[in-house]
Design a protein around this ligand. Structure first.
Ligand code: KIV
Ligand code: ZN
Length: 514
């Protein structure tokens, strides 16, 4: 009988701390539902004290999720713990995750506290959190650079105060696998009451070692891993959920634990997170990259055709790649559309919403013969982005490109009911279109990123465009999908501008000082 390895997903909290990856409340609920369907044990939904927006998002996730534990992050401060407790009130199963820094550097320069005071804060926070739930996690932030003796003292104290999970974060991604594994083993051996809590790890990827460090910890007795979909997260990101889960599953011979995850949901979840955050997945990314199961060289192809095990250690369908099949087309009816959407975890709040989605599906089916699950996801992502924060809408776009001529574009947008048309010339039709939009909106934002990905294969595939805009220290990602990448680009640009203007996202700082 193998031990259970708890998967704690923090895409909605640490993942959201990636520059430009802010998510709205409804987007968080959509991702949380897919995580729940994937059977993730704990979903960290946000940092309720960070902003009203984050509070409401945690509250909404707590109300929507039944089969996973919903967690809220809190500094070791009464007001943060109370806010987290309140946000989680409706959860079926809740956890409060409280933290305080323990490295000499952080305690002195960031907190300006003596080590004894840090222990007092930690114990007080855990006791307060226990008034809201008996599921309390404590993290000594920057544990990777903390002194082991001090970690032993503070962790022993918080277990006595009621912490049930001890999470050891390598906050700045400094640790080496062997060293980090040894730290976990030492802590478990040296802390007298260690058997009363689950050891967890939370590794950042600054040196590309987040997954290796997490797995080294698991080898040394950690039984919870904190991770994110696509490895999203602060700076270089967190350990990627799909890599940790598939390493443990594929190397059952090596690990004495396993997760309860339904790995067939991984690819859909990865695509959803990518579409919502506007962070594309690199093609050679393990497990979820478009090339992860593609065999290009003749020798490999020949081997795989003879026996797939020659070059494949996992089956593509076991992580959900087989869902890339045609599900609907031009002649599909409303019921078929609705039931496929339900299977994809999309719920319609009203008949009007279903009708609107079905209308847009038919429009897409007129342009594209085969409609895949990924197309349906993009259709819904786009609508989700638009409906919550939409002030500006694309009405029409006309572009002209001819060999030897400067491309030009004419774009009409609707701004709070008023139609405006602008024209511009540019280096290409995309450039001209975005300049035409900018001539109407004068956002003066800097274009920090522009990228195009095909959602499925074939020249009639939808292109998904990501645009990142930066203005006054704020960064937002917009995305848009269409079979015409110029239109997708215009939609993505407008989506990003809508986010820049959104009061909800304005009040939603991507980072809180701790
Ligand atoms: O990286 C970190 O230390 C964190 C903590 C809040 C766990 O994200
Ligand atoms: Zn972190």
């Amino acid at each position: 009988m193998k031990d259970h390895l708890i998967i704690f997903d923090t895409t909605l909290r640490d993942g959201e701390q990636s520059p430009g990856a802010s998510m709205t409340r409804d987007e968080k609920v959509r991702i949380a539902k897919v995580l729940e369907r994937m059977r993730v044990d704990v979903i960290e939904a946000g940092f309720p004290a960070a902003s009203q927006g984050d509070f409401e998002a945690v509250q909404a996730v707590a109300a929507a999720i039944k089969d996973s534990t919903v967690c809220g992050l809190a500094r070791a401060l009464d007001k943060d713990i109370d806010r987290a407790g309140e946000a989680l009130r409706l959860a079926n199963s809740s956890r409060i995750h409280t933290f305080i820094a323990t490295s000499p550097l952080h305690m002195k320069l960031k907190l300006n506290l003596e080590p004894e005071q840090v222990i007092e804060y930690a114990v007080r926070a855990v006791k307060r959190a226990r008034q809201y739930t008996d599921n309390v996690e404590f993290s000594p932030e920057d544990a990777g650079r903390s002194e082991e003796d001090f970690l032993c003292r503070i962790l022993e104290a918080v277990i006595d105060a009621g912490a049930t999970t001890l999470n050891i974060p390598d906050t700045v991604g400094y640790s080496m696998p062997q060293q980090f594994g040894a730290t976990i083993a030492n802590l478990r051996r040296r802390i007298p009451n260690a058997d009363k809590a689950v050891f967890s790890v939370h590794c950042h990827n600054d040196l590309g070692l987040a997954v290796a460090n997490s797995l080294a910890a698991v080898m040394n007795g950690a039984r919870q891993v904190e991770c994110t979909i696509n490895g999203l997260g602060e700076r270089a990101g967190n350990a990627s959920l799909e890599e940790v889960v598939m390493a443990v599953r594929t190397r059952r011979d090596f690990f004495s634990c396993d997760t309860r995850l339904d790995t067939r949901e991984i690819v859909a979840c990865s695509k959803l997170v990518s579409a919502i955050t506007g962070f594309p997945v690199q093609p050679n990314k393990a497990i979820v990259g478009a090339n992860a199961f593609a065999h290009e060289s003749g020798i490999h192809q020949d081997g795989v055709l003879k026996n797939r095990e020659t070059y494949e250690i996992m089956r593509a369908e076991d992580v959900g790649w087989s869902t890339n099949r045609m599900v609907l087309g031009k002649h599909s009816g409303r019921n078929a559309f609705k039931s496929r959407m339900v299977e994809l975890g999309v719920a319609f709040d009203s008949e009007a919403e279903l009708n609107d989605a079905f209308y847009r599906f038919k429009q897409l089916a007129d342009k594209k013969h085969d409609i895949f699950d990924e197309d349906l996801q993009a259709l819904i992502s786009e609508r989700g982005c638009e409906s919550e924060i939409e002030r500006i809408k694309l009405v029409s776009l006309k572009v002209c490109s001819e060999t030897g001529e400067t491309p030009n574009a004419a774009v009409t947008i609707r701004v709070e009911g008023r139609e405006l048309t602008g024209r511009a010339r540019g280096g290409g039709v995309v450039d001209a279109s975005l300049k035409a939009i900018e001539s109407l909106l004068n956002t003066e934002a800097t274009l920090a990123l522009y990228s195009v990905n095909n959602i499925t294969t074939g020249t009639d595939a939808q292109g998904e465009v990501t645009v990142r805009l930066e203005k006054g220290g704020r960064m937002v990602n917009g995305s848009g999908a269409d079979t015409d990448i110029v239109i997708a680009s215009a939609k993505a640009y407008i989506n990003a501008v809508n986010k820049l203007l959104s009061p909800e996202l304005k009040k939603h700082p991507q980072k809180v000082e701790v």
